[in-house]
Design a binder for this molecule. Structure first.
Ligand code: HEM
Length: 357
């Protein structure tokens, strides 16, 4: 397994990649500039997860900020072309190009993009129709600071360069599209997606804290959380298969949940490996100074208490066994359930673009 490499590389001023002139509130503009400065965005060469070579035009794009009484005006030279409104294929390509970074985790931002979209969407409630990805309310406090969302600032910051280059796309659309692209690029299925989400101007529609699952709890809790979103047992099991990718971050080297380690030995490949690993491994409680979690005999892999609930509960386990044997079915069911998740609370639009097209 590749070594865990977490390194946030501070860079000098990175160019804002947009041909636009825009005004922004002081706070938003400062955050954008800070994000550009705090992360290495792999100017120059990068390799996407499907092995395609990618290149960011470093160009001569330059940005300067001029303070005005009402806010900062960001003026960016037009040396790098932006896309036309609605050119999702151009956005898709730029997301694919920034997935890989050998200095980040296991070499890909893909898992972080998937978790960002899931947490933005999973706040939805079918009871009062609040929450969901529409609005991108995680840009604001308090949602950005909810404990469940720890670490997601890295994914949001990474995507900022795509937003700057394609300013017409909303954050709400960008975050969800990024997950769709990441899953496909990591070897998973195409996930139907449509645009049309808006970005709220403030946090007034932010859903309350506590709507995402607590990893320390069992099947009853998991069901209560996902039933609230409108999912059934089979869909819940299909969705948890996303734990084949990525890892938990213990907080020592990166802001995270406090849990530690990947679920599988190939955390940047999307397949049905979560189910096979869950079923075919002897899980014991990890002895460590951290929250209760389980470990495999090598000590490298982990399962959360909530993951093991999928083994212990007979109705959930039934689907774990189905997906462990039949990856094609897992891909079909995951694609449908994940698409449903990303569109919870999003007004249906018949005239807009769908992915895949
Ligand atoms: C019972 C339900 C779930 C629980 C309790 C849970 C809990 C967690 C926890 C504790 C982490 C570690 C976060 C960190 O330390 O950085 C995590 C990571 C992750 N989760 Fe879940 N999760 C659940 C469901 C889901 C679902 C439905 C998806 C997507 C469909 C998902 C996708 C991910 C991904 C991709 C990561 C890795 C992120 C990274 O590598 O940065 N999870 N999850």
């Amino acid at each position: 397994m590749s070594a865990r490499l977490i390194r946030v590389v501070a860079t000098a001023a990175l160019p804002l990649r947009t041909g636009a002139v825009r005004t922004a509130s002081n706070a938003a503009a400062v955050v954008a500039v800070q994000q550009q400065r705090s992360y290495s965005h792999g100017q120059g060469q990068g390799r996407s997860s499907n092995g395609k070579s990618s290149k960011f035009a470093t160009g001569a794009a330059t940005a300067f900020a001029a303070a005005t009484t009402t806010g900062l005006m960001l003026v960016v030279s037009a040396s790098e072309k932006t896309s036309k409104k609605g050119d999702y294929a151009a956005v898709r390509k730029d997301i694919a190009d920034i997935l890989d970074d050998s200095n980040y985790d296991d070499g890909s931002y893909g898992p972080a993009f998937v978790r960002l979209a899931w947490h933005a969407s999973g706040s939805y409630s079918t009871f009062d129709k609040t929450g969901g990805s529409n609005g991108a309310t995680m840009r604001f406090s308090p949602e950005a600071k909810y404990g469940a969302n720890n670490g997601l600032e890295r994914a949001r910051a990474r995507l900022e360069q795509v937003k700057q280059k394609h300013p017409w796309i909303t954050y709400a659309d960008l975050w969800t599209l990024a997950a769709v692209v990441a899953i496909e690029e990591m070897g998973g299925p195409k996930v139907p997606w449509h645009g049309g989400r808006v970005d709220d101007a403030d946090n007034k529609r932010t859903a309350p804290d506590g709507r995402l699952p607590d990893a320390a709890r069992g099947a009853d809790h998991v069901r209560a959380i996902f039933y609230r979103m409108g999912f059934n047992d089979q869909e819940i099991v299909a969705l948890i298969g996303a734990h084949v990718i990525g890892r938990a971050h213990d907080g020592k080297s990166a802001n995270g949940s406090g849990y530690s380690g990947p679920w599988t030995f190939n955390p940047t490949t999307f397949n049905n490996g979560f189910y096979t690993t869950l079923l075919n491994t002897k899980w014991t409680e990890k002895k460590w100074n951290g929250p209760k979690q389980y470990t495999d005999p090598t000590g490298e892999l982990m399962m959360l208490p909530a993951d093991l609930a999928f083994l212990q509960d007979a109705d959930l386990r039934k689907w774990v066994e189905v997906y462990a044997k039949d990856e094609k079915k897992f891909f079909e069911d995951f694609s449908a359930a994940f698409s449903k998740l990303l569109h919870l609370g999003v007004p249906a639009k018949t005239s807009c673009w769908w992915w895949p097209f």
